[in-house]
Structure formats: C-alpha cells, structure tokens
Design a protein around this ligand. Structure first.
Ligand SMILES: [Cu+2]
Length: 145
C-alpha cells in the first residue's frame, strides 16, 4: 500500500510539469497566451480526458494569476457575432472515455483581472476542481503567439 502511495506521488510530481491526473481524470496541454498586465483578462486552454468508468464534472478553477476565474464557452450571438458566457450550470461534464478540449473559439478557463504579466516561456499555477476527482494542481504554459 505504501509503495503505491509513493508511486502515485511520484507520478504526480512528474506530470505537474505540464499537466496532471487524479481519479481517472487526466489534464494535458495546459496553455495560455501572453498578456501584459494592462490587459484585464486572459483565457487558459487544455485537454481533459476521463479515463475512468464514471462521469465527472469540472466544477471550478482558480489561479493566483487571476482575480476571478470562471469556466466559459464561446457561442453565436444574434447577428452572427461570437460572444462568451459562463458555462451552463457552472460545470463541464467529462463523460467516461471522453476528452473535452478547451481551445480558442470554444470552452476556456476565463482569467478575469490578471494580477501579473503573463510572459512567454513562463508558467502560472492553475487549480482545476472536479466533482469526483477533486482538486488538480496544474501549471499553465504561457506560449508566444
Ligand atoms: Cu471567457
């Protein structure tokens, strides 16, 4: 039992470099665009895979780089203009065996009120909270456009 715990901890440390996993949930390719502190908002993207047998839900996110963090989606407004809004019900369902992509033009983690400049080549901490898997600590890679 003890050996398993140590192994899980080690995997967690290695995976934390760019993604992470917990309770069948695996998060990879976590990234965001650079943003000067003068800009007020940013968006973070990632892939979330549910390798478990039961559905899970992403219910929240937080980062010290953001005053407020929300789960957002893009949608088509009347007149064919794209807008964004908080996801319905405040949660994103991750079905067993499914991968949900958070990407430009779709789902994203909205970082409202950037507290520090997001510089290319740096990372910022991000915690994703899942209903079943719990909290997952990640690092967001700030990638140059
Ligand atoms: Cu948004």
């Amino acid at each position: 039992m003890r050996r398993i715990v140590v192994l899980v901890l080690l995997i967690g440390v290695v995976a934390a470099a760019c993604g992470g996993s917990a309770g069948g949930i695996e998060v990879t390719d976590v990234w965001g665009r650079p943003s000067p502190s003068a800009a007020t908002n940013a968006a973070f993207y990632m892939n979330i895979t549910n390798g478990g047998d039961a559905p899970d839900q992403l219910v929240g996110a937080s980062s010290p780089a953001c005053s407020v963090t929300e789960l957002h989606e893009m949608y088509m407004k009347d007149g064919g203009v794209m807008g964004m809004r908080p996801v319905q019900g405040g949660a994103v369902e991750i079905a067993p065996g499914a991968t949900v992509e958070f990407k430009p033009g779709g789902l994203h983690v909205m970082c409202i009120g950037i507290t520090e400049e997001l510089k290319p080549g740096t990372t910022v901490p991000l915690t994703l909270t899942f209903e079943q898997a719990g909290d997952l600590q990640l690092e967001v890679e700030i990638r140059a456009n």
